[in-house]
Design a binder for this molecule. Structure first.
Ligand code: CA
Length: 674
């Protein structure tokens, strides 16, 4: 019955929209609208006893969010209670746009926009809540008018909450305590996910959870909560701990950024908050494929040059600090040239170990080889104890612009800025200032030790990716992260990488994580697993963890694949998977489809495929076999695998004939369809 009502509702709205453009969405004191196909329905009501604005969401007639709070509290007024809905207008919106650097290049966004006017007890219009309801996404934000004074608002609290049915399970990454970890650099979105846990389980630090946050509502609904459009006019937010009923939006912790800057954001009027987003579906497909994080935004400035993505080599990830010297960087420049890669990333301490003068020589050498160097900087500053240089060149606009001029004069095309101070508005201003100044000097920007990007691919054309994940460095640092590498790889496409570019720095082909390839942590996953992540993980510039010795000691089919793997994608589709267990995605670059999967379960996995949906007939199948029968027996007994246990194979097949593939545990599969 509920389903029929929602479909009828959308049909009625559809007719009204065709006739009038905008239509009234208010009836019986409720504001209600649906996505274009009628399945996703958002209803706004006022809780009668204290006048709290509330919203609820259903999908296909089933509850996704129970009535949940809306509202803001400013220094001047409390917009979370004693409110009334005074108007609600809905109109269809559609736009087509092109976007580089994300999971899809041509996007058509179709939604119903509903603006709900809220009035205070005297009936004065004080705030709008603007909703965008697409087929599988809801985005909403608070829009405040300027009526006389005040001219600005300081938001002391946002009461927005998310109330899921009690049987919901969670896939969450905790927010860290502030000012802890390496050189007091946390929080930096580098905490381990806990998967499929009850809502009642406490967060690790009692600080709630970072975005994005995935929820499984029964067996037929998924919802990914995040936010987008965060710039210098607000802080980045997170989810508070479960209070027994719901999760509430929380602002940064006071201690972040070494205590400097307020928790509470402020902006001038008229103005709006960032968008709160929910991607919702009966399967994980709408979550993996969602573009809502960019659909509701526009670029904040024009690019001064064409910021091309590409592949890079990165000496630091396996050879570490000791590799930041002239001779080793030359090796990695030559390695990039040999691979046909566009970039090489020169990490921390280049200012000290190489120096500006010899860096200019190195940059010229790289250019002679057709390779663009990317240079590392610390963001700090005073907000942590980082000593790796260069320091104090990105936090001050006078010094920063002088440095960026030096970079431009030497032909450098991009920088990586590391170790930020947290999520306060103060730090959002720094991100935006670095991006804006860098664009003036034709530089693209990668962030590490940082917050989640929130729509930045669209807002800032020279932004090309953020870490904001327990990235490849942890595989180098701790055996534990080798042991759980497959679980994490099977998690990120559904959560972290679904909402924004992820600068993971992966694809190790060393079997052990040491410079000599015979010491350090033991890799559990196969070579094919590693090259599959080059497709599974999306970032427009991928600085791979390959090392020069891999040209001769890694399987040539893997090196050949890595020479031609793209980082630019025109389309992304979910094929199959479950967070933390396995994932299979298809990504298209031009006319070529890349289907890639990894298996984090203990058993071989047979994946059903229908490649008829992908244009193309000839396919190349990359698959793993066990190195020997003895290996198969050993692993069947539950022993841990190593990279040496697998042998990667490749063969040509007809795409239509490929109806299923098998993926061994800790292994991967790739199908290239032309
Ligand atoms: Ca890091």
């Amino acid at each position: 019955m509920m389903k029929r009502i929602s479909v009828m509702l959308s049909l009625m709205l559809g007719v009204a929209q065709v006739l009038m453009g905008a239509s009234n969405a208010l009836s019986d004191g409720k504001a209600i609208t649906a996505g274009p196909d009628g399945k996703l329905v958002v209803e706004i009501t006022i809780e009668p006893s204290i006048g709290k604005p509330m919203y609820a969401i259903t999908y296909d007639g089933k509850t996704v969010l129970e009535p949940s709070a809306l509202g803001l509290v400013s220094t001047d007024a409390d917009y979370s209670k004693d409110m009334a809905i005074i108007s609600a207008v809905v109109e269809p919106v559609s736009k087509k746009y092109s976007q580089n650097h994300i999971k899809r290049s041509k996007i058509e966004f179709i939604a119903n926009k509903m603006i709900v006017g809220l009035g205070d007890s005297s009936g004065r219009h004080v705030m709008d809540v603007e909703f965008m309801v697409a087929n599988n996404d809801v985005a909403f934000r608070y829009v405040l008018p300027k009526v006389g004074e005040p001219s600005g608002i300081r938001v002391m609290d946002e009461t927005t909450s998310f109330t899921f049915p009690a049987y919901t399970t969670t896939f969450l990454s905790p927010q860290s305590d502030p000012m802890i970890g390496w050189k007091r650099t946390k929080p930096s979105y580098e905490e381990e996910y806990r998967l499929d846990r009850p809502m009642s389980e406490c967060s690790r630090y009692g600080r709630g959870y970072t975005f994005p946050a995935l929820f499984k509502v029964g067996n037929d609904r998924w919802a990914l909560i995040s936010e987008t459009g965060v710039d210098s006019r607000y802080c980045a937010s997170r989810l508070g701990d479960f209070d027994g009923h719901s999760y509430k939006i929380e602002f940064p912790m006071a201690e972040e950024n070494n205590g400097n800057g307020t928790r509470e954001p402020a902006f001038s009027l008229p103005g709006a908050t960032p968008w709160r987003t929910l991607s919702i579906g009966a399967s994980l497909a709408p979550i993996v494929e969602s573009t809502i994080y960019w659909d509701v935004l526009e670029p904040l400035y024009e690019p001064t040059t064409d910021y091309a993505g590409g592949r890079g080599t990165w000496s630091w990830i396996v050879w570490q600090d000791a590799s930041i010297n002239f001779d080793d960087i030359v090796k990695y420049i030559d390695f990039a040239a040999e691979m046909g890669y566009e970039y090489t990333l020169i990490d921390n301490y280049w200012d000290n170990n190489i120096g500006a003068e010899r860096m200019a020589q190195l940059i010229a050498y790289a250019h002679g080889k057709g390779v663009e160097p990317l240079l590392w900087y610390s963001s700090s500053g005073y907000w942590n104890d980082i000593e790796q240089g260069p320091v104090n060149r990105m936090d001050n606009p006078i010094v920063r612009k002088k440095e960026m001029k030096w970079l431009r004069d030497n032909g450098v095309k991009g920088i990586k800025v590391d170790f930020f101070g947290g999520d306060k508005q103060e730090t959002m201003r720094l991100y935006e200032s670095i991006l804006s100044d860098a664009n003036d000097f034709g530089l693209m920007v990668i962030f590490h030790g940082c917050t989640l990007p929130r729509g930045w691919e669209r807002m800032y054309p020279n932004y090309v990716g953020s870490e904001a994940v327990l990235a490849s460095e942890n595989i180098y640092f701790q055996q534990h992260f080798c042991d759980v590498e497959a679980v994490n790889a099977a998690t990120h496409p559904f959560i972290r990488n679904a909402v924004g570019c992820m600068e993971f720095g992966g694809t190790f082909l060393n079997r052990r994580l040491g410079r000599d390839n015979n010491s350090g942590n033991v890799r559990r996953t196969s070579d094919l697993f590693q090259i599959a992540t080059a497709v599974l993980f999306q970032n427009p510039v991928q600085n791979f963890a390959l090392t020069p010795n891999n040209l001769t000691d890694a399987p040539s089919l893997c090196i050949d694949f890595m020479k031609q793997v793209p980082t630019h994608w025109d389309e992304t589709r979910f094929i199959d998977g479950y967070p933390g267990k396995y994932v299979v995605l298809a990504r298209r670059s031009g006319n070529v489809w890349y289907v890639a999967g990894v298996n984090a379960t203990a058993e071989p996995l047979s994946i059903k495929l229908d490649l008829s949906m992908l244009e193309g007939t000839d396919a190349t199948l990359y698959y793993d076999v066990y190195a020997s029968k003895a290996v198969r027996k050993r692993l069947a007994k539950g022993e841990q695998s190593t990279a040496d246990d697998f042998v990667a194979k490749v063969r040509s097949v007809k795409a239509a004939a490929l109806t299923h593939v098998e993926i061994l545990p800790n292994s991967g599969v790739i199908i290239v369809v032309r």
